[in-house]
Design a protein around this ligand. Structure first.
Ligand code: ZN
Ligand code: ZN
Length: 254
């Protein structure tokens, strides 16, 4: 993608949407990374309990480390983030407020795409990443009125980003830690990785799906029975899936 995408240049350039980097690399879709995207990624990393350093952001947003350095410097100047002496980035209250708002909007758009337009659950995150920047407060309040509040997004994640600790308090556990011989229901899935979502979908693992854990193998891969049949799942995927114990002992077939 050598030429500049015309879509990007047409994009809304309100002050809160300052373009910080128009050249993402090693990326299938061209996503222009805005100030808001940085704030949202920082909020998300914080809620995942990950230390937020430039490398994490570069990886998450698929941009180069120098681009992140530049962006973070800018956000700091705007009073939206703090950077400590070890290079850890955290949100200021002002930065957090913007990130929260965007996250709520992101989930509303995902729900609109699934609930109103019937789009596949594994596609809507990427779509929402683009659309969320274009939604006016007026349209947002109509979406909210239509869809209602407090419902999980199509990936089973709550509107307010939830920490692993809080998910555990709700009785959830990672599929990677699920006990063999038992049945589980998929609750929430890490949604930032489209390839992962499609991989899971092909194996019958989607929010609400029933999963029977048959074995944990020596190399920690899991043998599962899902609606797609008997499937194997490695740890790196299994630790991106939150499940809850399912009632009943019957073998999960759907
Ligand atoms: Zn999403
Ligand atoms: Zn989602």
């Amino acid at each position: 993608m050598g030429a500049h995408g015309s879509k990007d240049t047409d994009r809304d350039r309100r002050s809160c949407l300052t373009m910080l980097n128009g050249k993402p690399y090693n990326m299938v879709h061209v996503i222009t990374v805005s100030k808001e995207d940085y704030l949202k990624a920082i909020l998300e990393a914080e809620s995942e309990g990950e230390p937020v350093i430039s490398a994490t952001l570069a990886h998450w947003l698929k941009v180069s480390p120098p681009a992140v350095t530049m962006a973070v410097r800018r956000l700091k100047k705007d009073g939206l983030v703090r950077v400590n002496s070890e290079g850890r980035v955290s949100l200021t209250p002002a930065g957090r407020k913007i990130a929260r708002k965007l996250t709520v909007r992101h989930h509303l758009i995902e729900r609109m795409l699934v609930e109103i337009f019937g789009m596949e659950w594994y596609k809507v995150h990427d779509e929402a990443e683009r659309l969320e920047h274009a939604v006016s407060p007026d349209f947002e309040s109509r979406l909210l009125a239509k869809l209602g509040r407090g419902v999980a997004c199509p990936h089973g994640n709550l509107t307010e980003l939830e920490s692993p600790a809080s998910r555990r308090r709700r009785g959830l556990l990672l599929l990677a830690q699920a006990e063999p011989g038992k049945n589980f229901e998929v609750s929430g899935i890490y949604e930032r990785d489209r390839h992962l979502l499609e991989f899971l979908e092909q194996r019958g693992i989607r929010p609400g799906a029933k999963v029977h854990v048959a074995h944990r193998n020596y190399d920690q891969t899991l043998t599962l029975t899902t609606g797609a049949g008997r499937v194997a799942l490695g740890v790196s995927a299994a630790e991106k899936v939150w499940v809850k114990a399912a009632n009943g002992k019957s073998s999960a077939k759907n």
